[in-house]
Design a protein around this ligand. Structure first.
Ligand SMILES: [Zn+2]
Length: 169
């Protein structure tokens, strides 16, 4: 789940960003940190933290359709939990079916499938929409190189923020 999954590929990021913007608009969210749990709840999902069994150590979260609950790894850092919830919202909003249930932390040898990359793109757009980034760069007198400060303001990882700022228009 990080910026490596974004960038140059065949995903329609602009269209996904429009869908994320529509959700932010619907919930009246104009400031970071975007409250993904409130959005999930508003869309009819519960969010619960659980401790994954050891052999699922690399699983950040998953969605269970039976109890309409997004489960996130309790021991993860707040920024990862936030991204995991946003990622699972993405699968729902983008109408994905039959996607990998378990959202795994990316490692170097692994390449995300298209639906996974779409859900990651949605999560990035939801948590770091361009218009909000530009507004905060202006407000704080920051530049696109200040991804560390911006990551703190937006409640995301520096690794997620860096490429987003790089490609920001
Ligand atoms: Zn996923």
């Amino acid at each position: 789940m990080n910026g490596h999954s974004l960038g140059h590929d065949d995903i329609n990021h602009a269209e996904i960003a429009e869908k994320a913007d529509a959700i932010l608009d619907k919930f009246g969210i104009t400031e970071p940190v975007v409250d993904a749990v409130r959005i999930a709840n508003g869309l009819g999902f519960k969010v619960k933290e659980i401790t994954m069994p050891p052999r699922y150590f690399d699983v950040a979260g998953f969605y269970n359709n039976k109890d309409k609950t997004i489960y996130v790894q309790a021991s993860d850092k707040p920024w990862r939990k936030l991204f995991t919830v946003a990622h699972e919202i993405g699968h729902n909003v983008l109408g994905h079916k039959n996607y990998e249930v378990l959202f795994r932390v990316q490692n170097k040898d692994q390449r995300y499938s298209e639906v996974e990359r779409e859900a990651n793109s949605f999560a990035a757009s939801l948590l770091m929409p361009n218009w909000m980034l530009n507004r905060y760069l202006d407000a704080y007198g920051l530049t696109k190189k200040d991804y560390r400060e911006m990551a703190k303001i937006f409640g995301v990882s520096e690794k997620a923020m860096e490429p987003i700022l790089l490609y920001l228009k």
